[in-house]
Design a binder for this molecule. Structure first.
Ligand SMILES: [Mg+2]
Length: 233
């Protein structure tokens, strides 16, 4: 039996934003830093899947402090995403409420900014569902810690006081982080992953959050209890 369920956030609990939003945020970050005419390739390097090497290369080209560049980039990326949550461009998936039937502690481990995760949970009034919720801090240190590293997953397990969570994600880095932490994984095949072959192999594959409830070992409240809970709400 799993003693908890821990989720990735983007592409699992809430929909992805259009890449153009993250590109716009990155252009705005360069503008904020006084770089009015950055090389588009440098901007592109700072949008997603940013490596430490990318940050140093791009910062060097404009005589910027790498830590400052990355922090401002993260602040704008988060701010733009929070705006998208506020106006309904980034929303919980239709099956989000299925996780309310999971009868075990739940957590979030995301590579999005902590500020983004905090905003989403507050906006959805869903903070009480999760015993712990990690994003990244807006610093270069976080690039050494994010998935596929197990760092935040292990912190979440410690916070929840659990040893055998099921980790649910939509990316290879999620499955790799679960493996590194020595826990089982479930790959969720949302529409944006229709043709993806997950690597490494996940323990389970599901098409949505509803399917999680059918996995052997995921504790689920029985229908009567769930119905009572609804009635009491
Ligand atoms: Mg994801």
């Amino acid at each position: 039996m799993y003693d908890s369920v821990i989720f990735d956030h983007d592409g699992v609990l809430t929909t992805l934003v259009d890449i153009s939003l993250l590109q716009d945020a990155t252009w705005a970050a360069f503008d904020e830093l006084g770089v009015v005419d950055p090389d588009p390739d440098h901007v592109r390097q700072m949008v997603i899947n940013v490596s430490l090497e990318d940050v140093h290369t791009v910062a060097g080209a404009y005589d910027l402090d790498p830590e400052t560049l990355f922090r401002v980039r993260d602040e704008f990326s988060s701010s733009y995403q929070c705006d998208a949550v506020a106006d309904g461009r980034k929303v919980p998936y239709d099956d989000f409420d299925a996780i309310r039937r999971i009868d075990a502690p739940m957590g979030i481990v995301s590579s999005n900014q902590q500020a983004t995760i905090d905003y989403v949970l507050d906006h959805l009034d869903a903070a009480e569902l999760f015993g712990t919720a990690y994003g990244r801090e807006p610093s270069l240190t976080s690039l050494h810690r994010k998935k596929p590293e197990p760092y935040y997953l292990e912190l979440a397990m410690s916070d929840l006081g659990v040893e055998s969570p099921l980790f649910v994600g939509d990316s290879d880095s999620d499955i790799a982080a679960a493996n590194a932490a020595g826990v089982d994984s479930a790959f969720i095949r949302r529409d944006h992953r229709a043709d993806h072959t997950p690597s490494p192999d996940p323990t389970h594959e599901v098409s949505g959050l509803d399917d999680l409830l059918a996995i052997d070992g995921v504790p689920v409240v029985d229908d009567v209890t769930a119905a009572d809970g609804e009635a009491l709400r």
